[in-house]
Design a protein around this ligand. Sequence first.
Ligand code: NAD
Length: 479
Amino acid sequence: MKKILNFINGEYIESVQGLFLDNYEPATGIVYSQIADSDSADIEVAVQAASVAFTLWSKTSPEERCAIMLRIADGIERRLEEFALAETIDQGKPLWLSKVMDIPRAVQNFRFFATEIVHFSTSAHTDSGSLNYTKRSPIGVVGCISPWNLPLYLFTWKIAPALAAGNCVIAKPSELTPITASMLGEVCREAGLPSGVLNIVHGLGNKVGAALVEHPAVKAISFTGGTSTGAAIAQSAAPKFKKLSLELGGKNPNIVFADCNFEEAVVQSARAAFTNQGEICLCGSRIFIESSIYESFKKRFLEEVSKFTVGDPLDTKTKQGAIVAKVHFDKVMSYIELAKEEGGSILCGGKPFVPEGRCEKGWFIEPTVIEGLSYDCRTNQEEIFGPVVTLTPFDTEEEVLMMANSTKYGLASVVWTENVRKAHRVAEQLQAGIVWINCWLVRDLRTPFGGVKDSGVGREGGVEALRFFTEAKNVCIKY
Ligand code: NAD
């Protein structure tokens, strides 16, 4: 069986203890590989390698780092088909989605930050008699911890700015989806990234992830994952005064006003609900519809949802693949049961899907639409992170803003209206780090990305990411 090893100091090696964890293919429910089950001893080895590498990497010019990172982007792109297949087998998402979204975005992440670093500038301030200039230097050894929903996409979204800024990285992908992260090591080696600059350590979050956060030589942690994990990481890192970037959970509202472009709102709301099995932190899982169009929207929305055919992720006709793990499958199903207990009516889905043949033991759930729930019940307040959405009518702007803002989360929100004044007014009042108007998941990598409230602390993307991964020093000269 394939063994996925740690990538430390440019070499693939077993964990110090020599232990392994099983890795499942979600579409079949079968163990298809094993991953290194690392702990603090492996973090120690990685820290040693990264600390040595930092001496030289931090002194390379932005142009040198740019050239290597562009070669990494090219290397992933050359192997796009191979990466996409690996991602789909490991994660359960449709193969076509890995090909058009996940892997191209990983390529784009490297290209974006490779070129951004050569344009990154600092500031200078003058007044009568003094000059201040601010120097930005790499931090040192940093930790990047990523989740399972967009494996290589989010892994590289953190690693690329960290490397571009001159840091050495110890990265931990999710134990549920380690394969493409492991393949990245080969590409980095071929692209000429010096040994020890990027180290990839596999294993459980509360074991090797926690050890990475705790290590005193790791000066910053960039984390994407669940809100409760983020809280545990903050608790461990704060007394050591580490820099922290936390991208956490969401329960995003999708607000449909009667004056929207109806057809576009229907089609895109279905996409925002069920893309990647609803396993995207940005998915619009609470759909609020103005009462006057509630029934007509519901009818057309259900027609659209019926096109989300569930099945083998390798089948080109499949629009929704498998749920990443049995434990997550059980969690999503328990929320569907909860919704029923809370008085919700299941308009479609609501049950597991059992494909014939190769995937009969996989973890699939039909796209599920629920109505008749109060905005403040648990189903509408807690993150489900699966193919489950609720429909809720509203009468006024004030009412929908109150319901939209009622959760502890504040990551993204979506608004559908053709009225430009209303669009700006509502965007202003939504408690979210990201507001999409008449679109969803349109991303410009230069923009700040992140959430408010329990959805996180700090922003990723563009110059924000380079600021996070550098330390500022102000120099003041009196003349
Ligand atoms: P998770 O918090 O369980 O795990 C995320 C990563 O953290 C994994 O690599 C895991 O091994 C590691 N980890 C777990 N416990 C740890 C600990 N104590 N110390 C250090 N590392 C630890 O999250 P998940 O289930 O993999 O991902 C789903 C969650 O991620 C959802 O809540 C989703 O909303 C969120 N998410 C947020 C964003 C965003 O940009 N805000 C993007 C994607 C996913």
